[in-house]
Design a protein around this ligand. Structure first.
Ligand code: ZN
Length: 408
């Protein structure tokens, strides 16, 4: 079997793995709900929840199958090489051509995104997005992702030309810096999609500022984001480096929660900060990027990776596609397992911080509200929790909080 055969087999294998998980997820909808979270949904809402999850899970399988078939066809038919040959000989335009085809192929999935947001989410009352917002988001997303991918492809090509075997190190360093830049620029990007207004003075702002200052953080600003333009689900996050923090609250959160509950959510976020979870995540990001560097190096120095898919020589854009959807896709479940196990421990520790700040009870009621608003799964398959969940289940978290912040 040639390289192409192996690559296609790996691609099919990783799809089958995801399909298996999706089927396990679909079948877990009948799991009994644990005692300590029985009051999250009433009978009526719970029935609606089951219908919502089943519909989303079935539709998700359909969507990922469509995406898999499109990509499989492009790979199997050497479509990338054929398309790139229309764009001249320059390596950068060739890279751009391959990534353009990949982005165009993704556009074929737009009807699925439409159905998910405007039909399913709408039917269950989550969707706030209008057709105009939807198309604007799609267009912005297309331009941003094509631009980023072309940039990465061009840098990959340049590193390969100038550094050769040092590429592993150079690419890992570049990608780490890039990942840091993305998290740094996240507030900038979110401003393209949303409006921010300062939180009005009052009990909430005073309590939040006091909580953070007591633990040595300077709060630069507390801002409310107009998430309700798109969704009824709520969230909150910190942004900014070091001790200067901007707090961002979804307007949906401010509307639905008491000041005590919002402080409990923030005591949890602050726990992450005090435990240096972000720093640890960045180290893990670097390890992953180093693995990507090794894969990039191996791919670029193996001519069969390109010739077996119809290319005459190395194409940095196609290398990116092979790395992301074939090579890394095969090993990423293993990464996921390790990273998620670590992340769940970090969540327990952050909850424990909220308990120590005296917000244990408020956190339980906040988590229940969030679960209700986000239509959370109360009884997911334990296997899926181990493989895929970055957070413990609601029931596990409440048990730990009521146990004084120690997981059982
Ligand atoms: Zn957390």
């Amino acid at each position: 079997m040639n390289f192409k055969g192996f690559a296609l087999a790996a691609f099919i294998l990783s799809y089958l793995y995801r399909l298996t998980l999706a089927v396990i997820h679909l079948r877990s909808a009948d799991n009994p709900v644990p005692e300590n979270v029985k009051d999250v949904y009433d009978e009526e809402t719970y029935r609606k929840w089951r219908a919502y999850h089943a519909e989303k899970a079935r539709f998700g399988i359909l969507e990922s199958t469509a995406s898999f078939l499109i990509e499989l066809a492009l790979l199997a038919l050497n479509a990338y090489a054929a398309f790139a040959s229309l764009f001249g000989k320059h390596p950068v335009t060739q890279t751009f051509a391959v990534l353009l085809l990949s982005s165009l192929a993704e556009l074929l999935l737009t009807p699925f995104a439409w159905h998910e947001t405007m039909v399913i989410e709408e039917k269950y009352g989550f969707n706030k997005s209008t057709a105009k917002t939807f198309w604007a988001d799609q267009a912005k997303g297309f331009v941003i992702s094509l631009g980023l991918m072309t940039g990465i492809g061009a840098v990959l090509w340049w590193l390969w030309q100038t550094m050769g075997d040092w590429l592993i190190v150079a690419f890992a360093v570049f990608m780490t810096l890039f990942a840091l830049a993305v998290s740094f620029l996240y507030p900038v990007f979110s401003r393209i999609f949303n409006k921010f207004t300062p939180l009005e003075d009052g009990e909430l702002k005073e309590k939040l500022t006091a909580l953070l200052q007591k633990n040595g953080y300077q709060v630069r600003a507390v801002q409310v984001m107009d998430a309700s333009r798109r969704t009824t689900k709520s969230n909150a996050y910190f942004s900014g480096f070091g001790k200067m923090k901007t707090i961002v609250l979804y307007d949906t959160l401010v509307e639905a929660m008491t000041p005590g509950e919002i402080c409990a959510v923030f005591a949890h976020e602050m726990g992450h900060g005090l435990n240096k979870d972000t720093l640890k995540n960045q180290i893990l990001t670097f390890v992953q990027m180093a693995v990507l560097g090794v894969l990039a190096w191996l791919t670029l120095r193996t001519p069969a990776c390109f010739t077996s898919f119809g290319f005459e020589g190395v194409n940095a854009g196609f290398a990116l596609i092979l790395i992301m959807s074939v090579e890394f896709a095969l090993i990423s479940p293993l990464f996921g397992l390790l990273i998620n196990a670590r992340s769940r421990r970090a969540e327990y520790r952050a909850d424990a911080q909220a308990v120590r700040e005296g917000y244990g009870k408020a956190l339980v009621s906040a988590l229940k509200k969030l679960a209700r608003q986000n239509y959370a799964d109360l009884a997911p398959s334990p296997l899926l929790v181990k493989l895929e969940y970055s957070h413990p289940t609601l029931s596990q978290r409440i048990a730990a909080i009521e146990n004084g912040g120690n997981s059982l």
